[in-house]
Design a protein around this ligand. Sequence first.
Ligand code: ADP
Length: 396
Amino acid sequence: MKAVVSLNSGSSSIKFSLFVLEGDGALQLSAGGKIEKIGIAPTMIVRSVEGGVLLERDWQDGAALTHADLLAHLFAWAADHPLKGREIIAIGHRVVHGGTEFAAPRLIDAALLDKLEALCPLAPLHQPHNLAAIRAIAALRPNLPQVACFDTAFHHDKPEIASRFAIPRALHDQGIRRYGFHGLSYEYIARRLAQIDPVLAGARVIAAHLGNGASLCAMQAGKSIDTTMGFTALDGLMMGTRCGSIDPGVVLHLQTQLGMSPAEIEDLFYKKSGLLGVSGISSDMRTLAASKAPEATEAIDLFAWRVAREIAALAASLGGIDGLIFTAGIGENDADIRSNICRRLAWFGVQIDELANAGNGPRISMPDSPVAVLVIPTDEERMIAHHSLNVIGTGV
Ligand code: ADP
């Protein structure tokens, strides 16, 4: 039996999903998990589809273990467990940046890797780690096809006007433009919506991917026409630890008046802002929801206010809105946040059904709500596996 592995590699973590290819060509999730705290004291957990723990390991003295070492451990273990008797035919990687060139997933070779390497300055916190995992697998299994699936690709063909910053043209031509991210999630949502409600999928829909990273995508007939993230995954909504859109004058002030270095500002905006910065308590929505501190309530309200405000902005890009989809950790699980956001949008036809909102969805709006509101769980890993099969020519 054949298998496909999806990898999402970050600076200190690697998320993975192992899929097997059924006789009818369907992809069946077999196991999934995470390697965390790479560079400190790595831990690895693998769970079955039902959620049971298949493997739990930690390396207390493993600060020297690299991404490559840990992937070697994972593959050695998987070969005897969930993938026993199965042949891995492809590995798909989430690659955050495909630049202006890549509008679709690609089979990885040395020339492609060089081009992706050149994009590292556009996504310094993500792209190098994505590429490190590709190199690690190439060293471990040189003959295994690897596929790059780009987070920017879904937004590649959005209108030119949604790609441009109001800066001199020469800078745009150098690549300083709005790309957009979370594309694998939005692509999956567009496909699922087409199955759940094909009429709505053909209309004007805004998808809200609200996790640690958060963004919105305006879709017209399943295609991205605008999105809140821009040049980097720092733009747009307030996030767990990222500030989202901010007056560029703040950056200048931090540099010139407070004497902060570029590295300090990067750390501030990527790791110390957002829910964490405003609450002073946590970047995790569950922790904030459980807190009685006024700063936690303010952080949650600011998050919801920003989401509602940006939904209204994207509705202008779409010329109206027929549907609103919530997805990712917060969007899928936090009924209070959904309700908070929707209340702020009642004026333009978002009428949520609180009973349905507390249930399992997918539809959580009133039957006569002018805007349909749905909760659809995302699955970026499945999208990566699906693309990988298509690229190597075994797709369904
Ligand atoms: P990532 O961007 O790292 O993939 P996730 O999509 O897993 O992030 O989202 C993580 C966020 O989702 C955290 O803020 C977490 O608190 C929140 N979350 C997860 N489960 C729940 C839940 N049951 N209720 C409220 N928030 C939740």
